[in-house]
Design a protein around this ligand. Structure first.
Ligand SMILES: C[S@@+](CC[C@H](N)C(=O)[O-])C[C@H]1O[C@@H](n2cnc3c(N)ncnc32)[C@H](O)[C@@H]1O
Length: 355
């Protein structure tokens, strides 16, 4: 072991061990992402202890690859292996965090982000050296993954837990109001609201043509006639609304301050701005120990801050935090703001803002 004057050898060894664990855990993340994308976790969950041949057949995959994947997840402690008969089992307690049936608890779905972020590492490295950022077009799977990740949360929580955070909003939506969702992505949140509140009208805007095309497709599949989607910039809003929503959007924007002003201007006097954003502090020292702290800063470096800087924007970053958000909402003209949380959601807080 390398030692030197003043070096705490125990601390050094402990940290070296931790870094080995980091390597292993990161690799487990990739295997879990594959387990999600291949459908292997979903296929294994209902099976009794089974051979790799049976598991591969159940998932309609190549056995050699499945066996290697099972090996990795066995030594990782994710899958159980019985050498006597060469069978593998996904314990139900683990399936509860790894299968599509787990809904918002499915961490394997979120782990797909590792590979997505890895594809832009060279461009991010370049931005560290030269400044600037990375363009949205460098993340071809982003819209699809984002919609998958947030969609499962909206399915269970949007109508019953998130909308009621704003006093009286459910009743107003039932009675019929005009609503706008900015940075709507693939528009699933808007389509769910349009379905749940047929007397209200909804509009979703995003700069992503791919996102808006998917949003329109879903609205058509659902036969919704109270929703429309447009490719538009959040900083240049048109129309006036009783409700404006922004879910996981403001910190990504090139012009967040201009957008918040545009939201305030487009909101009718008794309107509500419901802004879901990352639950974190604006003070770094208060984020130490945050259960998702390292992931949040990593998403920021590889995506959120970097796409904003890529457009010459503010680069707020994923972890802009509550204090900064409140200050910017205040600067934009919101005088009445409450910060709410949905039980079990460690990722987001919801700002219910009125003028
Ligand atoms: C993190 S995603 C959130 C998507 C969606 N709200 C959700 O909850 O899944 C942020 C979205 O903001 C969009 N966006 C970024 N800059 C924008 C801009 N200037 N105008 C409109 N949309 C923008 C992106 O295309 C992306 O779909």
């Amino acid at each position: 072991m390398t030692t030197g004057p003043g070096l705490d050898a125990v601390r050094q060894e402990r940290f070296a061990g931790r870094m080995v664990q980091v390597l292993n855990d990161a690799c487990i993340g990739y295997l879990c992402s594959l387990g999600h994308r291949t459908g292997l976790f979903d296929a294994m969950a209902p099976l009794p202890p089974s051979t790799s041949t049976r598991i591969a057949k159940a998932a309609d995959l190549d056995e050699r690859y499945v066996r290697e994947w099972l090996g990795g997840l066995t030594v990782a402690g994710v899958v159980e292996y019985r050498p006597e008969d060469g069978t593998y089992r996904l314990p139900p307690e683990h399936a509860a965090s790894l299968t599509r049936a787990a809904g918002p608890e499915n961490m394997a779905s979120l782990l797909q982000d590792l590979a997505l972020l890895g594809t832009v590492e060279d461009e991010v490295l370049d931005a560290f050296r030269r400044g600037g950022g990375v363009s949205y077009s460098s993340y071809p799977r982003f819209q699809e993954l984002q919609a998958e990740e947030t969609g499962r949360v909206y399915d269970v929580a949007l109508v019953d837990a998130i909308v009621p955070l704003a006093d009286g909003l459910t009743e107003r939506l039932r009675a019929g109001i005009d609503a706008l969702d900015i940075g709507t992505g693939q528009g699933h949140a808007v389509n769910l609201l349009a379905q749940a509140f047929p007397a209200s009208t909804f509009r979703g805007v995003d700069i992503s043509e791919k996102g808006i095309a998917a949003a329109r497709d879903e609205a058509e599949r659902l036969g919704l006639d109270n929703v429309r989607f447009d490719v538009a910039d959040t900083a240049e809003l048109t129309g006036s609304y009783d409700l404006i929503t922004a879910f996981d959007v403001i910190h990504d924007l090139a012009r967040p301050a201009r957008t918040l002003e545009a939201v305030a201007a487009a909101l009718r006097d008794d309107g509500v701005f419901l802004m879901g954003d990352i639950s974190a502090s604006s003070n770094l020292e208060e984020n130490i120990g945050h259960p998702l702290g390292p992931a949040l800063y990593t998403f920021s470096v590889f995506y959120c801050m970097t796409v904003s800087l890529g457009e010459g924007g503010a680069g707020l970053g994923t972890v802009w935090g509550r204090q900064r958000a409140l200050q910017m909402l205040g600067d934009a003209g919101f005088g009445d703001i409450s910060v709410e949380q949905v039980e079990g959601d460690i990722l987001n807080v919801y700002y219910v803002a009125r003028k």
